[in-house]
Design a protein around this ligand. Structure first.
Ligand SMILES: Nc1ncnc2c1ncn2[C@@H]1O[C@H](COP(=O)(O)OP(=O)(O)OP(=O)(O)O)[C@@H](O)[C@H]1O
Ligand SMILES: [Mg+2]
Length: 399
């Protein structure tokens, strides 16, 4: 392919789309700020982030429903922004399926092909194949109002894939379904994507959904990409406190590093870790870092010097494990998952393997103390100096 890759990729795979320095403002407010990423051919890539971070806007620019202020969108070497939406070989599935209620399932799926004047026998073959792919082979004669929400969503997907697009854009397509149906459809969509060999670009604000389905996840916040990686990378090696907090439960606390492979938590306990100091750090001084520990990575043992010693404050049974909040003696609240039950008020000592301690640079996104809060006298002070309260509040906002 006479096609010049503009973005680095150490896997050497083919990029079906490359987006570089994409910017977009609405009414003077920047909603996309220098968005740059590539999409590999045949991958399942997900834009993940909280409401309003610019996921749909990015998708709508790729689809051609929205213009960009500046930037490049390259599709198999062509300038996509100069190609009209209907010539892009890209189809979109929306959260609201917008099916035609007066047409049956077959005619809903056939609609686009009829407009394009595709021959009748070919329409029949393609529609039936698309319906079989989404598990609705026998539903052609049914009317839309005789379908469940999940079935309607399948029709919407069939209507998109019948066009044989190179790329399918899906904007929160499972948002209207109940939890059980969502989970089923997540797995089906993933296997459909593999079977069809189409690149899927998926948008969701649900981190679990993104982790389940994606080959690659792009985490966005306020129009800025925070991290791009595989689900495992993003979960295990979050780049900053924002990503760590958004992807699953995590304890994020302030710490310091004086030398490689050792970190001291704010309460004064020093743990071994597997990270050396960042290159800009100076040996021997207290370099500020964020420390991330996932709730499932704690060992709950007896209190002892060198462990995070504290008192169990709450316990919730979550099916496989118990979720507890433990307040350590320095006031920080830790989220801990444990398969054995403890008692409220019980004294415990928390231990973590060096492997499970993730060190990050401190940033403006870091919570002031623990991500689950801290109780200090300042919290009740009239001037509102309560750092723990604000950290806890920001945690809520991200949910
Ligand atoms: N046509 C528009 N006119 C003005 N502002 C817009 C328009 N479309 C989007 N915005 C604004 O741009 C920002 C990003 O919107 P976008 O729809 O991309 O967010 P999102 O990440 O898809 O959020 P959600 O998860 O709620 O769907 C929001 O602040 C939104 O209000
Ligand atoms: Mg959206």
């Amino acid at each position: 392919m006479a096609y010049n890759q503009i973005l680095e990729d150490d896997t050497g795979s083919e990029h079906i789309i490359e987006i570089k320095n994409l910017n977009k403002s609405f009414d003077g407010t920047k909603v996309l700020k220098d968005i740059t990423f590539y999409i590999r051919n045949n991958e399942f890539i997900t834009l993940l982030g909280p409401s309003g971070c610019g996921k749909s806007t990015t998708l709508r620019i790729i689809a051609g429903f929205e213009t960009a202020d500046s930037g490049i969108v390259n599709f198999e070497g062509k300038d996509l922004l100069k190609t009209p939406a209907n010539k892009r070989n890209i189809n979109t599935v929306f959260q609201r399926y917008a099916l035609f209620p007066h047409l049956n399932v077959f005619d809903n799926v056939a609609f686009g092909l009829k407009i394009k004047k595709v021959a009748k026998p070919e329409i029949k073959e393609r529609v039936n194949k698309a319906l079989a792919t989404v598990g609705l082979a026998d539903y052609g004669e049914r009317y839309i109002d005789q379908l469940s929400g999940g079935q309607m969503q399948r029709v919407a997907i069939a209507r998109a894939i019948v066009n044989r697009p190179r790329i399918l854009l899906l904007d929160e397509p499972l948002g209207a379904l109940d939890l059980k149906m969502r989970k089923e459809m997540q797995l089906e969509l993933k296997s459909m994507q593999r079977e069809l060999g189409i690149t899927f670009v998926y948008v969701t604000h649900d981190q679990e959904e993104a982790l389940t389905m994606s080959d690659t996840i792009i985490v966005m916040k306020d129009g800025i990409i925070q991290q791009i990686g595989t689900p495992i990378d993003i979960y295990n090696e979050p780049k900053n406190a924002y990503v760590a907090d958004f992807i699953g439960e995590s304890n994020i606390v302030a710490g310091t590093m004086k030398k490689d492979f050792e970190v001291t938590l704010s309460g004064g306990i020093t743990f071994k870790c597997v990270d050396p100091m960042f290159k800009e750090f100076t040996e021997g001084v207290q370099n500020l870092v964020d420390v991330v520990i996932r709730p499932e990575d704690f060992y709950v043992e007896e209190e002892k010097e060198g462990r995070i010693n504290g008192t169990v404050e709450s316990i919730v049974f979550k099916g496989v494990h118990y979720e507890m909040l433990v307040r350590s003696d320095d006031g920080i609240v830790w989220m801990v998952q444990n398969v054995d039950p403890c008692k409220i008020g019980q004294r415990v000592g928390l231990y973590v393997d060096p492997d499970d301690i993730q060190i990050m640079r401190r940033s403006e996104l870091s919570p002031d103390f623990g991500s689950y809060g801290i109780k200090k006298p300042a919290e009740n002070a009239p001037d509102g100096e309560g750092a723990g309260a604000s950290a806890a509040a920001s945690k809520e906002e991200n949910k």
